[in-house]
Design a protein around this ligand. Structure first.
Ligand SMILES: C[S@@+](CC[C@H](N)C(=O)[O-])C[C@H]1O[C@@H](n2cnc3c(N)ncnc32)[C@H](O)[C@@H]1O
Length: 181
């Protein structure tokens, strides 16, 4: 199943940190890429740097959101506290091979509720696009966050009870196998 994220309403400067967290959460929890309705140089380059360092082929791209929502080949799921509980719709949503999940910032235009195939809530209380996205992806992709491997990483964490263990990896030319340095 291929999952993509559309982050709506990013405000340059003000939302830099939370939008970065939306993108990094999308990547770490198994989405293929994230679309933004605005181009923010700082945000885009910091996410690309994470991908270069930690691997994988996650993309970040800016789009005209209406065009994307109208042309997306798959189902569109909008996360909103006003929606139907996600657990009631998960089986139906899982039937699709391609899913675009939409998260907002402030007020999401009415049109989004109409264009999307599902408007689902992660609890009926206001919280955050980052937490909503994490719970949605974790449930949908059945905990893939715990086993994902990212190709061509320069750094890899060795889990440890205490402290920080990080392996430095070298990617050899014409070959995507990595060697320990
Ligand atoms: C600051 S919140 C705004 C809350 C907003 N009034 C709403 O419609 O959910 C920003 C984004 O977080 C997500 N969000 C917040 N709480 C949520 C919840 N309980 N369920 C699903 N998504 C939520 C939504 O995507 C929302 O656009």
């Amino acid at each position: 199943m291929d999952v993509y994220v559309l982050r709506l309403g990013h405000r340059i400067g003000r939302d830099q940190r939370i939008s970065t967290h939306v993108a990094l959460t999308a990547r770490a929890f198994g989405a293929k890429g994230v679309y933004f309705d605005k181009y923010d140089e700082r945000l885009f380059s910091s996410v690309k740097k994470v991908v270069e360092t930690w691997g994988g082929d996650f993309f970040i791209q800016n789009v005209e959101w209406r065009k994307l929502l109208r042309s997306f080949d798959g189902i569109k799921v909008h996360l909103t506290m006003y929606g139907v509980p996600f657990v009631e719709k998960i089986e139906e949503i899982r039937k699709s091979e391609r899913i675009l999940v939409v998260v907002g910032a402030e007020k999401v235009p009415r049109e989004v509720y109409e264009i999307c195939d599902f408007n689902v809530s992660i609890g009926l209380q206001p919280h955050s696009e980052v937490s909503a996205l994490a719970v949605f992806l974790d449930r949908l992709l059945e905990g893939v966050v715990f086993s994902l491997e990212f190709k061509n990483a320069k750094l890899k964490i060795i889990p440890s009870e205490r402290g920080k263990k990080v392996l430095s990896l070298r990617v050899t030319k014409n070959d995507d196998t990595s060697d320990r340095v």
